[in-house]
Design a protein around this ligand. Structure first.
Ligand code: NAD
Length: 488
């Protein structure tokens, strides 16, 4: 077993405000999920730090950044992408160490996706255009000339979760900066290290002071202060529905713009004509990737009765085959959950699943080893009204549910408060489009899982969120549209 326990460089643990690094008086402990040991102590920003960061962001918004044309903003984002690519191995290592995931996963997804996101939005920075709009004229007295422009929203507060911190930070930084906004980022307290390293790269890339500020801290202090701050024009939040709800209420006091990227209970629908082998492989990935700590994890597996036993058996085998352990060991396929709290939450849901009568066919236990590990778990014969089918577990727990007709499958798929994503496994192109139209979710994948890309809009329906990130939708979400009418 090859293990690389520690990264090669020391951790960045301070606050990045107005282009300078400092330490807060208070710190919080950052724990290694794979061992339960202390990794490092990180500066814990408070309301005063948020205040300074927002002031710096405001000054940059109206000063240096306003004077930086789109092409120059794009050049900075391209440089940042190159630096992230240069440090990809180190960033992947930090993500594995801090989140507990196998190091190959951030090396394959999180870091390349962040690079691609910065490049995608670098390209947009000098292409954000308005339109000219013909009108009926001014009160019948004069003709008019009307046009629109897209202006930055202003100072953006970005609040990031711990499951894929660098990637989601890039999803917020890329479009915000391309569109001319300045930003205060609040990294997750469970896994802040990759975003703090990114701060060093932002500094090295040469962004003007105050354009990007990073204030690590607790959600209840730094996060809440950012949301309440009257100098913040928009909150871009990714995290739990509970906190999202609080943020929307709090933001109403100052009429902040809000985008909320929240949880999910993604259905994976295996139709009668599906390529079952491909479906099983895709479903296993959708359940076990990132320890199931994925907002779009495909946790409700709806299977046509003709394939039901095959899929249940194969998923149980796939779960049992997962090798849990050191995120840096080559043999590891699944890492640790991010914290003791998250581990307990997942174990509690497993107990609820058993108590509510679902049939446990794999996992359900924690292995006898240090760290926050839970065996990947599959429940069969799950009632869609039961707790494990309704609530987001955010761990490697799948609920398999049989169906007989596509109408029934759609009814079950949509019988949820969430609407983030859905996967449809079918070889019938007509059925694929019919089901895609009927399922209420922000993203529908046919014959694949989590086919995400910076060019594609991302966000949820219903309790999965409000607004969209990425692609042109990301630019729209980070601009205010102004119309100018000249009476001729
Ligand atoms: P969380 O809501 O506990 O925390 C998310 C962030 O919000 C953290 O930075 C935290 O410090 C901060 N926060 C906590 N309380 C706050 C408050 N009162 N005010 C302001 N900020 C506060 O979520 P989490 O446990 O870090 O992440 C898991 C959740 O995130 C899951 O529900 C998951 O589905 C969701 N998620 C969604 C997406 C998506 O794109 N839709 C992506 C990843 C994760």
């Amino acid at each position: 077993m090859t293990a690389v326990a520690e990264p090669q460089t020391s951790f960045v643990t301070g606050l990045f405000i107005d282009g300078a690094w400092s330490d807060a008086d208070q710190t919080f402990d950052d724990i290694n999920p794979a061992t339960g040991d202390l990794l490092t102590r990180v500066s814990s920003g408070d309301a005063a730090h948020i205040d300074r960061a927002v002031a710096a962001a405001r000054a940059a918004l109206e000063g240096s950044w306003a004077a930086t044309p789109g092409a120059a903003r794009g050049a900075l984002l391209y440089r940042l992408a190159d630096l992230v690519e240069r440090d990809a191995a180190e960033l992947a290592r930090l993500e594995a160490l801090d989140v507990g995931k196998p190091v190959g996963q951030p090396a394959m997804l999180d870091i390349p996706n962040a690079v691609a996101t910065f490049r995608h939005f670098a390209g947009w920075a000098d292409k954000i255009q308005g339109t000219t709009i013909p009108t009926a004229g001014y009160l019948g007295m004069a003709q008019t000339h009307s046009y629109t422009v897209r202006e930055p929203v202003g100072v953006i507060g970005a609040i990031v979760p711990w499951n894929t911190p660098l990637m989601i930070a890039a999803w917020k930084l890329g479009p915000a900066l391309a569109a001319g906004n300045t930003i205060v980022v609040k990294p997750p307290e469970d896994a802040p290290l990759s975003i703090l390293h990114l701060g060093k790269l932002i500094e090295e890339a040469g962004f003007p002071a105050g354009v990007v500020n990073i204030v690590p801290g607790l959600g209840s202090t730094a996060g809440a202060a950012l949301v309440a701050h009257p100098g913040v024009d928009k909150i871009s939040f990714t995290g739990s529905p509970e906190v999202g709800r609080q943020i929307q209420k709090s933001a109403a006091d100052t009429f902040k713009r809000v985008t909320l990227e929240l949880g999910g209970k993604t259905p994976q629908i295996v139709c009668e004509d599906a390529d079952v082998v491909a479906a099983i492989n895709g479903i296993a990935m959708g359940l076990f990737f990132n320890q199931g700590e994925v907002c779009a994890a495909g946790t409700r597996i709806l299977v046509h009765r003709s394939h039901y036993d095959t899929v249940v058996d194969a998923l149980a085998q796939a779960a049992d085959a997962q090798v849990l352990g050191d995120p840096f060991a080559e043999t590891t396929t699944m890492g640790a959950l991010v914290s003791e709290k998250q581990k307990q939450r997942v174990l509690d849901y497993i107990e609820k699943g058993k108590a509510e009568g679902a049939r446990l066919v794999a996992g359900g236990t924690q292995p006898d080893q240090p760290g926050f590990f839970v065996r990947p778990t599959i429940f069969a014969d799950v009632d869609n009204r039961s707790t494990i089918a309704r609530e987001e577990i955010f761990g490697p727990v799948g609920a398999v549910i049989p169906f007989d007709t596509v109408e029934e499958a759609i009814a079950i798929a949509n019988d949820t408060e969430y609407g983030l994503a859905a996967t449809i496994w079918t070889q019938n192109v007509s059925l694929a489009h019919t089901l895609a139209a009927k399922v209420r979710a922000g993203a529908v994948w046919v014959n694949g899982w989590a086919a995400i890309d910076p060019a594609l809009p991302w966000g949820g329906m219903k309790a999965s969120g409000i607004g969209r990130e990425l692609g042109w939708a990301g630019i729209v979400a980070n601009t205010e549209e102004k119309v100018v009418t000249v009476v001729l």
